[in-house]
Design a protein around this ligand. Structure first.
Ligand SMILES: [Zn+2]
Length: 181
């Protein structure tokens, strides 16, 4: 079966992220920065509140893929963090729970139960912190230093990490305006 292959050549433009001349496509980049709030710590849901703004740019395929991978990393870690709780409480805990009465429970069994219940809870507390450093490192690798400085100068994102995010759109969503002409 013949696969449809686009034969329309794309112009080589300077990619906004890597600053290299490559075949690139236009995107609208949504920058967003969440306000600090305790309610956001466990799930990062307040990311949609805070400030945001759009920037029109051209991106090469590699940078587009890498930007999507950064988003995937965030949501994968958050999803796994949340799923670990019911998994350990309702599946692993009944499996490792000692059958004997508490005074006959060995130290090893108590330790195992403690780990099964404690580690996922500890992970909920720690996930925003290690995710912050992972995302910050990935964004530094993704953006050319000039682009990084420019995006931060727009007054939306202060620093990359857990509290900030970028989302790519093919078209500017209705009612939104670009930060730059
Ligand atoms: Zn690029």
């Amino acid at each position: 079966m013949l696969r449809h292959i686009s034969t329309v050549p794309r112009p080589s433009l300077r990619c906004f992220f890597c600053d290299q001349e490559r075949p690139a496509s236009p995107y609208y980049l949504r920058l967003q920065q969440a306000g600090m709030g305790l309610g956001a710590l466990p799930v990062g849901m307040l990311l949609l509140r805070g400030r945001w703004g759009f920037v029109k740019c051209f991106l090469c395929d590699d940078c587009r893929e890498n930007a999507l991978a950064v988003r995937r990393l965030r949501w994968t870690v958050l999803l796994v963090t949340l799923l670990l709780l019911p998994l350990s409480f309702f599946v692993l805990y009944p499996l490792v729970m000692p059958a004997a009465s508490p005074d006959q429970t060995s130290f090893g069994e108590k330790l195992l139960v403690g780990l099964v219940l404690g580690l996922p809870l500890l992970n909920v507390v720690l996930a925003p912190f290690y995710l912050h450093f992972l995302l910050r490192r990935r964004m530094r690798r993704l953006l050319h230093p000039e682009t990084d400085r420019y995006l931060k100068s727009l007054g939306v994102v202060r620093n990359w990490g857990f509290w900030s995010d970028i989302i790519l759109f093919r078209e500017l969503p209705r009612g939104e305006k670009c930060l730059t002409p």
